[in-house]
Design a protein around this ligand. Structure first.
Ligand SMILES: *[C@@H]1O[C@H](CO)[C@@H](O)[C@H](O)[C@H]1NC(C)=O
Ligand SMILES: *[C@@H]1O[C@H](CO)[C@@H](O)[C@H](O)[C@H]1NC(C)=O
Ligand SMILES: *[C@@H]1O[C@H](CO)[C@@H](O)[C@H](O)[C@H]1NC(C)=O
Ligand SMILES: [Zn+2]
Length: 382
């Protein structure tokens, strides 16, 4: 439904600058259907995503979404502010509209839901939606080290300095989307059931229903502290490159049965199953992916976000300096050891040659060999 809303929004932006006041719901979708006759370009599907850019120029831009998150290449950025949500704990009424728009399952959200901290502006929630695959094919849009999760949730927010989602969608700082990966767990997820239990009511394309409000925060992972951040786009036409993405490292779990319900219930055009509604990962084109936490790779060798005037760079210099000090210390220690050993050897040799003069016996210790061992050790240290 959210995805649907998202799509509808995009279409709205293109098709009609001034639409009715109850935007982003079934009515606008139907308007869009009407406009198809005159402007063929608004039809698109996941089967022909290679051709999106012929009708939607932004889709071939250099900051497209989704992407693969290579956890070995993300930059730890301790300055990323924590994400603070407000108003997510909705009560039973007013009800929320859940829609099957033919592209996704989308839930409309009230503007009382906001991201208060984490960005330069307050961002207002508009809708949430899902991407999924089939029982055989995992269908998250973003991938982690080239691995898809079974499904992905997107909560779409727009910058509060704009009047609405439609207006914000084409602005550089217009959108902030929170993304969560959905995996399979042993237990039923009661929070997701609040949406999934209504699926059978909207199996037909372009249908909607009302569900009681609930705490939407519970659709997101338990921990919002660890997230990736990058600049990207809408993952559906018109692919505007106006999204600040936040993808949570902690994932969400639903039962196998619940995931199957998402994958097997909704129908799209020609009564076909609505599934595999995910776009393939797009090229980074030099974009950086930041992380609010240390990944496995950043713990080994810090890859801090390259930014000017920073404590972080100082931290890196400090640790680099410490390493040098360590190396020098070892070097000096070795030199002293070697010196002492050499002197000792020299003295012993003198004693020995004396002794040799006295008795012609052959001898006991091998300073050369020992010296060689030490040399090898020193190579390793240096
Ligand atoms: C969004 O805001 C713009 C600018 O205020 C307005 O022209 C437009 O009608 C609004 N769209 C919707 C769908 O409310
Ligand atoms: C996203 O773009 C803005 C504006 O260019 C920039 O200030 C910010 O650092 C970028 N964020 C990331 C994560 O690259
Ligand atoms: C979360 O971070 C850990 C540590 O880097 C990584 O192994 C794991 O794949 C990440 N999962 C997601 C969903 O980002
Ligand atoms: Zn989406």
């Amino acid at each position: 439904m959210l995805l649907h809303m998202f799509l509808i929004l995009h279409l709205q932006v293109l098709v009609m600058a001034s639409s009715s006041s109850s935007e982003e719901d079934g009515s606008s979708e139907r308007d869009d259907e009407h406009s198809k006759g005159s402007s063929h370009q608004h039809q698109w599907g996941y089967h022909d995503q290679d051709t999106w850019s012929s009708a939607f120029e932004h889709c071939s831009g250099k900051s497209q979404s989704p992407i693969d998150i290579d956890t070995h290449k993300v930059f730890y950025d301790p300055r990323l502010p924590p994400i603070k949500l407000e108003g997510y704990d909705l009560t039973g009424s007013p009800a929320l509209t859940l829609i099957n728009n033919g592209h996704t399952l989308q839930l409309s959200l009230p503007s009382s839901m906001r991201i208060m901290r984490g960005f330069d502006h307050v961002y207002v929630a508009a809708q949430l939606h899902f991407h999924w695959g089939t029982t055989e094919v995992p269908g998250s849009e973003h991938t982690i080290d080239n691995i898809h999760f079974p499904a992905e949730i997107h909560v779409v927010h727009y910058n509060s300095k704009y009047a609405n989602l439609t207006e914000a969608a084409s602005k550089a700082d217009g959108l902030a989307v929170l993304g969560g990966f959905i995996g399979i767990g042993l237990h039923e997820n009661d929070n997701y059931e609040k949406i999934l239990s209504a699926l059978t009511d909207i199996s037909i394309e372009e249908s909607d229903t009302e569900i009681p409000g609930f705490n939407v925060r519970h659709l997101l992972p338990n921990s919002l502290e660890r997230f990736y951040r990058y600049n990207g786009s809408l993952t559906t036409p018109p692919c505007f490159q106006t999204v600040s993405w936040s993808l949570f490292n902690d994932s969400i779990r639903v039962s196998r049965r619940q995931l199957a319900a998402l994958e097997d219930t909704l129908k799209t055009e020609h009564n076909k199953l609505l599934s595999k509604n995910f776009r393939a990962p797009q090229l980074l084109h030099g974009r950086k992916v930041l992380a609010s936490f240390h990944t496995v790779s950043t713990m080994g060798k810090p890859r801090e976000a390259p930014q000017p005037e920073t404590q972080d760079n100082n931290v890196m210099k400090t640790s680099g300096g410490e390493w040098h000090i360590l190396a020098i210390t070892f070097g000096v220690l070795f030199a002293i050891t070697f010196l002492v050993f050499s002197m000792y050897t020299y003295q012993q040799k003198k004693k020995y040659s004396k002794f040799k003069k006295d008795s012609k016996q052959n001898v006991i210790y091998k300073p050369a060999a020992i010296g060689k061992d030490i040399d090898q050790t020193s190579v390793t240290i240096t």
